[in-house]
Ligand binder design. Structure first.
Ligand code: M6R
Length: 614
C-alpha cells in the first residue's frame, strides 16, 4: 500500500505533488510527507492525511522548488506517527526516500548498519533502506544510482521507491519490485507515481516499470532505465494511457463510493461492449478465444482472489460448474499460496483482482505458474502487475474505482464471469441455445434494470435511518445469493464498522440462529429463483425469533413480503444475474448507514484500496 509521487522538471513541484498525493490517498492515508528540493532540501511530514500536511508546509518551503517527492502512507512497520512518516532521510541528511512496500530482511540490515555507527529515529524498514543506500554510497564511493542498485540486490521484499540525493540535485532514482511504479514523460519534465492518476493532466505518455527495473531520471540526461539484477541498460516501452480527469473526480457526488455505485449501468455496458453479441449468440473475450483449447481441455479451474473479488469468484464457481460442467474451486489467495496446493499442468487458474496489485493474489499466480497452470486474470486496472503476470485475461473496464469499498468493480467482475460462463458452456457444449440466449439477453438489459434499482435510494435511506445504531447485522442468501450476502456484509462492516456476518441461509440453524433476537437486523436475499420455498422457510424461522427482516425480493413477491419488516424489490432475472442486481441496494444500505454514523466511506479506517502487503 502507500502512494508515492515525484516530480522533476520546470514547474513548481509542490502543487503537483500535493494534488497527486490526494489522488493516491486511496492507497493509504494514515500519514503524509513531502521533500522539496533545489540547492537545499526541506522535508515536512505528519501523521494524518494530505490535508493535514498542507497545513504545515510553509510558503517558504514550497516556493521555487522544481523537484520533489511525496508519500501517503498505510502503516506496515511502526505505528502511524510523524516520525514513521515518509520521506525518510539518511543519517547525513543528504539522501531522502519514499517507499511503497516492505523490506522483509530490514532487521538484519539494521543490525549491520547499527554496528557501523548508524542510528535510527523511526521504527520503519524504509529508514533502514535509505541508510543502507548511504552506507554503500560512502563506503563504495558510488553514485546515488549505483548505490540504490547495489542496495536493492541486498534486500528481500517488495518496493516501489524514489530517491533523491543533495549531492546530485538534478536527479531522481526510481526502482520497482512487487509494488507498482509509473513514470509520466512530459517535455523536459518527469512525473513519478504509484499509478498514472497524479499526472494525467500533464501527459498521457507513461512508462510502467517492471519488476527488477530501475531508472535514473536526470535534468541533463533524461530517463535512463536499467536492470537491477544485471546492470543491463534497458529500452523503456512508452504507453499512451487513456485516463480522463473527469473519471477520477467526484462529478458532483459527495463521495467516490456513491459516484461509483451510480456508475454501474455505464460500467457494465463498458464491460460487455464489443464482447456480447446477443443477435449472433456470440461472446468474444479475446483472452478466451485465443486459448480455447486450454479451457476446453481444463480438468478443473481454481479461482484465487481476496475480499470482494473472492466473492465474485464464488459466483463463478456456481456458474461455471452449472453452465460448463467444469469442477471449480475458489481459494483465498493468501491461503492458496502458503499451502502446497495440487495444481497440475493444464489446470486453469483464474485470478480476480480490481487493482491487479494485491500481493497475495500476485503470489498465488506465481505459484500456480511454477506448477504449470495456465493463468487467466480478471482485472480492472489496465497494465497492472496481475494483468501482466497472467497468461491471458479479461479487463473489466469499470474505470477507476477510488472508494476503498468495491462496488462497480464487483458487479463488472460478475459481468465478465457471466460472459465467461456462457462462453465456456458453449465451448463445452453443456449449455443449450435457449438458456444461452435467455441469459445473454438479460445480461444486455442489466444496465437499464440497475438504473431502475438505483431509484430505491430514498427508500433505502429510510431503512438505514432505522438501523444505523445496530451493533450487529446478519446477511443471508442461498445459491447464487450466498456470495451476494457475503458481499453485503463485507460492505457494511468495512465502511460503517458495524459487525456483520454473511451466511448461507440454511446454515443458520447450525449455529448463527442462536444470535437472532429483536436486536439483530437480518438482511435476506430471497428472490424467486433457486430454492425459493426453502428460503421462505428460513425467513419464517427468523421471524419467529423476532428479528427485524429487511428482504430483497423479486418484484411482485408475496410470501417473503408478508414476513418482512422492509421489502426492497428488484426485477426478475435468471439466478446467476441476481447477485448483480441485489448488490445495488446492499451497497446503498451500507453507504447510508455509514454516512449516518459519521464515517468516511471513501477512506475507512485501517484499510487501503490496494493491498500490496502480504
Ligand atoms: O484489488 P483486489 O480486488 O485484488 O482487492 C482485494 C480486496 O482487498 C478487495 O476486494 C477488498 O475486499 C474490497 N475493497 C472490499 O470492498
Amino acid at each position: 500500500m502507500c502512494g508515492i509521487v515525484g516530480y522533476i522538471g520546470h514547474r513548481d513541484a509542490y502543487p503537483i505533488i500535493i494534488k497527486g498525493l490526494k489522488r493516491l490517498e486511496y492507497r493509504g492515508y494514515d500519514s503524509a510527507g513531502i521533500t522539496l528540493f533545489n540547492a537545499a532540501s526541506v522535508v515536512v511530514k505528519t501523521k494524518g492525511k494530505v490535508a493535514d500536511l498542507e497545513q504545515i508546509v510553509t510558503p517558504q518551503a514550497k516556493s521555487g522548488k522544481t523537484l520533489g517527492l511525496g508519500h501517503t502512507r498505510w502503516a506496515t512497520h511502526g505505528i502511524p506517527s510523524d516520525l514513521n512518516s515518509h520521506p525518510h532521510l539518511s543519517n547525513s541528511g543528504k539522501i531522502a526516500i519514499v517507499h511503497n512496500g516492505i523490506i522483509e530482511n530490514y532487521a538484519s540490515i539494521k543490525k549491520i548498519l547499527t554496528d557501523n555507527g548508524y542510528h535510527f529515529k523511526s521504527d520503519t524498514d524504509t529508514e533502514v533502506l535509505v541508510n543502507l543506500i548511504e552506507y554503500i554510497k560512502t563506503s563504495q564511493k558510488a553514485t546515488i544510482g549505483q548505490a540504490v542498485q547495489i542496495a536493492l540486490t541486498q534486500v528481500v521484499g517488495a518496493y516501489a521507491i524514489a530517491v533523491v540525493d543533495t549531492d546530485r540535485p538534478g536527479e531522481v532514482v526510481v526502482a520497482k519490485l512487487g509494488s507498482p511504479l509509473a513514470v509520466g514523460i512530459g517535455k523536459d519534465e518527469y512525473f513519478i507515481a504509484s499509478d498514472a492518476s497524479p499526472f494525467i493532466e500533464y501527459t498521457n505518455r507513461t512508462i510502467y516499470l517492471d519488476d527488477n527495473e530501475m531508472a535514473v531520471i536526470s535534468r541533463k540526461k533524461g530517463f535512463k532505465m536499467y536492470s537491477i539484477t544485471s546492470d543491463k541498460v534497458l529500452t523503456p516501452k512508452v504507453q499512451e494511457i487513456q485516463l480522463s480527469l473527469e473519471t477520477i473526480e467526484k462529478s458532483g457526488f459527495d463521495y467516490f463510493m456513491l459516484k461509483e455505485i451510480h456508475e454501474q449501468p455505464s460500467a457494465i455496458t463498458d464491460t460487455f461492449r464489443g464482447r456480447l453479441h446477443v443477435d449472433t449468440q456470440n461472446i468474444n473475450i479475446s483472452g478466451i478465444e485465443q486459448n480455447k483449447a486450454v479451457f476446453e481441455n481444463a480438468q478443473r479451474i481454481t479461482i484465487v482472489a481476496c475480499g470482494t473479488s473472492w466473492h465474485a469468484g464464488l459466483v463463478a464457481e456456481y456458474l461455471f460448474e452449472d453452465a460448463a460442467r467444469i469442477p471449480v474451486e475458489v481459494e483465498y489467495a493468501s491461503e492458496f499460496r502458503y499451502r502446497n496446493p495440487v495444481i497440475n499442468k493444464g489446470d486453469v487458474v483464474i485470478a480476480i483482482s480490481q487493482s491487479g496489485e494485491t500481493a497475495d493474489t500476485l503470489a498465488a499466480i506465481k505459484l500456480a505458474k511454477e506448477k504449470g497452470a495456465f493463468v487467466f486474470g480478471i482485472c480492472n486496472v489496465v497494465g497492472s502487475s496481475i494483468a501482466r503476470a497472467s497468461d491471458a485475461g479479461a479487463y473489466t473496464h469499470a474505470g477507476p474505482e477510488i472508494g476503498v469499498a468495491s462496488t462497480k468493480a464487483f458487479t463488472t467482475q460478475l459481468t465478465v464471469i457471466i460472459m465467461m460462463g456462457l462462453r465456456l458452456g458453449q465451448l463445452k457444449g453443456t449449455i443449450d441455445k435457449h438458456d444461452f440466449d435467455r441469459v445473454a439477453k438479460q445480461l444486455e438489459t442489466l444496465p437499464k434494470l440497475i438504473e431502475g434499482v438505483l431509484t430505491c435510494d430514498k427508500q433505502i435511506e429510510k431503512i438505514a435511518r432505522e438501523y444505523k445504531d445496530a451493533s450487529n447485522f446478519l446477511y443471508l442468501g442461498r445459491g447464487y445469493n450466498f456470495p451476494a450476502a457475503l458481499e453485503g456484509a463485507l460492505k457494511l462492516k468495512e465502511i460503517s464498522y458495524i459487525h456483520a456476518e454473511g451466511y448461507p441461509a440454511a446454515e443458520m440453524k447450525h449455529g448463527p440462529i442462536a444470535l437472532i433476537d429483536e436486536n439483530m437486523p437480518v438482511v435476506v436475499i430471497a428472490t424467486n429463483k433457486g430454492h425459493y420455498e426453502k428460503i421462505v422457510s428460513n425467513v419464517q424461522e427468523i421471524k419467529s425469533r423476532n428479528a427485524n427482516i429487511i428482504s430483497i425480493v423479486t418484484k411482485g413477491d408475496e410470501s417473503v413480503k408478508i414476513l418482512s419488516d422492509h421489502v426492497i424489490e428488484i426485477p426478475e432475472v435468471t439466478e446467476a444475474l441476481v447477485p448483480i442486481l441485489a448488490s445495488i441496494p446492499l451497497q446503498l444500505l451500507s453507504y447510508h448507514i455509514a454516512i449516518m454514523r459519521g464515517c468516511n466511506v471513501d477512506q475507512p479506517r485501517n484499510l487501503a484500496k490496494s493491498v500490496t502487503v502480504e
